[in-house]
Design a protein. Sequence first.
Length: 295
Amino acid sequence: MKATSRGRRLAVLAVALTAPVAIGLGGVANAQAATGSAATAPAVSAVSAASTASGAADALKRQLGGSRGVEFAETITDTVVSGAQRGRRTVSRTEGVAQFGDGRVVATDSTDGTTRWISFADRAYGTGALFPTLPAGKDWVVSEDAARPDLTSGSLALDDPAVIKALLATAASKRSGGTHDGIRTTLYQGKITFAGLRKAFPGLRLASGAPLDAARLKAKLSWRLWLGQDQLVRRAWSSWTEPRYKGVTGDVVHVSDTRLTDWGTQARIVSPPEEKVTTPGDVALNYAVNGSTGD
């Protein structure tokens, strides 16, 4: 929740302490070793790619149209590969569950290790280390200025059939992907430009916050999708090198690795108890009066 990246992308509350910005790469060599060499994978014909793309998009649509959900766990590894901060690496992890309905993700409940988020289309609730100054008796902060709940892996919208279709249409190879979530999978991989991604998903934004300018639209993202026999994504991996931008002193390689498990799980995400919820304004007032104690 995928945040953090999943997304899972929430607007930071006005009174929240901002988390450190993830800067850097890492994990590319390990990910390639884990998945094997693309050079030995058989090529995918245009007809096969189109058929797989349509089948996977339809399978996702069926899931989104129901009232159940899926569990997710995303690891994002960033490494600076040039400049004064070369070699700096940060890793963030988010896990949780997404609830479906009416053809979309209607709610997510995710934890990034220190902070838990419950997100709906019109509001989000946060609790944990990001909010150390809550008034007495309050455990959650609610914000109506939050991004809609989603199911993302880095810059890939895994809850959008058009994105899944666009990725698989660019598949260059496929091979056995091993077992994920207890199911035998086929690994598809290829590359797509951010311009191609934005064509499929006009709302595309970079998790880093950098502008999606002409140079970045031309950049290529390497992707891998592990599909089960039911054509649902069990794992998604992506990597791309982002040129330096304002506030960052070097090029950054972003790697995202997301596992999707238990498709069709019972998912009924509800808001926290009203009596345990406070607002950003009340948090700010409490801080002004009591300082950082939260008393």
